[in-house]
Design a protein around this ligand. Structure first.
Ligand code: COA
Length: 165
């Protein structure tokens, strides 16, 4: 595995990791068998792609912050914090979502990225957060449990967990 030059940290999307973001995301699409059209579009004007994702933006019908997990020149993954819940998000989706791009999985990054994301959620003013994961998603369940997630049943095919901040 690649040795990281500095510990990763959450930050707003930045053009400084353009190559790593695009290559990692393209690898991720190939690995997961999903369309990479959005990666092509991002590569055509990366500055615009980044600018559209900085700051608080309305996504999922609520104010949301997108953060990237970055170590020096390397982009490892993304975490989104939804500042509020809609009735749908209150069932499944929750406050926080995340992914680690495939070259960086199974190295503990998601577990540590969520820990850092919980600090950010506290800064936003949230006192407890809802996280949900597909009932087959063992990796994500472990990430949530390692961050003190307390199970709260299932909805829409997802396991639900609350984390007090
Ligand atoms: C889920 C995901 C974020 C995990 O990222 P990661 O960086 O590999 O996670 P970690 O390295 O912190 O591993 C967390 C735990 O899951 C386990 N794990 C990781 N990948 C796994 C897999 N494919 N199958 C089973 N367990 C797995 C790890 O061994 C670790 O277990 P441990 O805490 O008992 O040691 C990543 O696989 C991903 O981005 N998946 C697609 C998007 C997604 O599912 N997001 C979550 C939506 S709820």
């Amino acid at each position: 595995m690649i040795a990281l030059p500095v510990p990763p940290r959450l930050m707003e999307p930045t053009t400084e990791v353009e190559v790593s973001f695009l290559v990692g995301s393209a690898a991720d699409c190939l690995q997961r068998g999903t369309s990479s059209e959005w990666v092509t579009a991002a590569s055509e004007d990366f500055a615009a792609y980044v600018a559209a994702r900085r700051g608080v933006q309305t996504r999922w019908e609520v104010p949301s912050s997108i953060l990237w997990y970055v170590a020096g020149p390397y982009y490892l993954g993304s975490l989104v914090i939804r500042h509020e819940l809609t009735p749908v998000l209150a069932e499944a989706g929750g406050h926080i979502g995340y992914h680690v791009v495939s070259p960086w999985v199974r190295q503990g990054h998601a577990t540590r990225m969520l820990a850092a994301g919980l600090v950010e959620a506290g800064r936003i003013g949230l006192q407890r957060v809802l996280l949900t994961c597909g009932i087959e998603n063992e990796a994500s369940r472990r990430v949530i449990l390692a961050n003190a997630g307390v199970p709260d049943g299932q909805a829409r095919g997802e396991d639900r967990f609350w984390i007090d901040l």
